[in-house]
Design a protein around this ligand. Structure first.
Ligand code: DGL
Length: 272
């Protein structure tokens, strides 16, 4: 029986993480779920994001996933802790759900020299202050500056990355972030959709400032987790397959998903 690693995002963004995970750990089976019908999550309330994320996790558990990665910063910020602490002991004490914020915060200490770190993320992730809290817990003395980018996810979901409109909104948020401190030397792309806007963001951010994408960081962290948890690792099936589920039109998911994954993607529609 298949026991894939479940990977969840509100839409397409998590595919940017899945791609790096599959490259790092190609031997396992994967089941991706994008809740495209209800995306974006970034402007939704805490309660809604929690409710939707829990539904997705329960769905992936029912498909046989012993382990689910929330490849979505918004869901990691607003739902992960409640699911880990309140729901898992009740619904599935032997399964695990991991997020993307903690591994990213762990990596950033080694990347910044000035200790002044910027975050681009959805309004929900910024409002949660999750990055602020996690980075400062691990690196006392660091300063963290958040900039919400409400238009960036819709730009990506509508494939408008190459347009003058995209350039306008990228330049605007970059300007707003850099106004907050002249000492920022590292900026985290704290939304899994943003790697698709990497070239535009890179062109707007001064060269001396590093841009951090999460995919490889999350992939390395997952590899490390599986090394430290053989009881979980041995439960995962090793067929090298990737299946895709979406709550919206599967054709559109396939077309856009292929861009994120850089390989053909065929999706099946499900209802949560
Ligand atoms: N990709 C999600 C994240 O990493 C957000 C997209 C959304 O707003 O739904 O935060």
């Amino acid at each position: 029986m298949r026991s894939p690693i479940g990977v969840f995002d509100s839409g397409y963004g998590g595919l940017s993480v899945l791609r790096d995970i599959v490259e790092r750990l190609p031997q396992y089976d994967y089941l991706y779920l994008g809740d495209n019908a209800r995306a974006p999550y970034g402007t939704r309330s805490f309660e809604r994001v929690y409710e939707f994320t829990l539904q997705a996790v329960e769905y992936l558990f029912a498909q046989g996933c012993p382990l689910v990665i929330l490849a979505c910063n918004t869901a990691s910020a607003k739902a992960l802790r409640s699911i880990q602490q309140r729901d898992l002991p009740r619904i599935a004490p032997d399964r695990r759900v991991l997020g993307v914020i903690r591994p990213t915060a762990e990596a950033v200490g080694a990347l910044s020299r000035t200790g002044h770190v910027g975050i681009f993320a959805t309004p929900g992730t910024i409002a949660s202050e999750s990055y602020d809290i996690e980075i400062k817990k691990l690196n006392p003395g660091f300063e963290v500056y958040g900039q919400a980018c409400p238009m960036w996810v819709p730009i990506v979901e509508n494939l408008e990355m190459e347009t003058p409109g995209a350039k306008y909104f990228v330049d605007r948020e970059v300007g707003r972030l850099l106004e907050k401190s002249g000492k920022i030397d590292t900026i985290i792309l704290g939304c899994t959709h943003y790697p698709l806007l990497y070239d535009q963001i890179r062109a707007s951010v001064p060269q001396g400032i590093s841009l951090v994408e999460q995919g490889r960081i999350v992939a390395d962290s997952l590899a490390d987790y599986l090394r430290r948890h053989p009881e979980m690792e041995t439960r995962l099936s090793r067929g090298g397959s990737i299946d895709y589920l979406t709550t919206e039109a599967p054709d559109k998911f396939g077309a856009l998903g292929s861009i994120f994954m850089r390989r053909p993607v065929e999706a099946r529609r499900i209802q949560l």
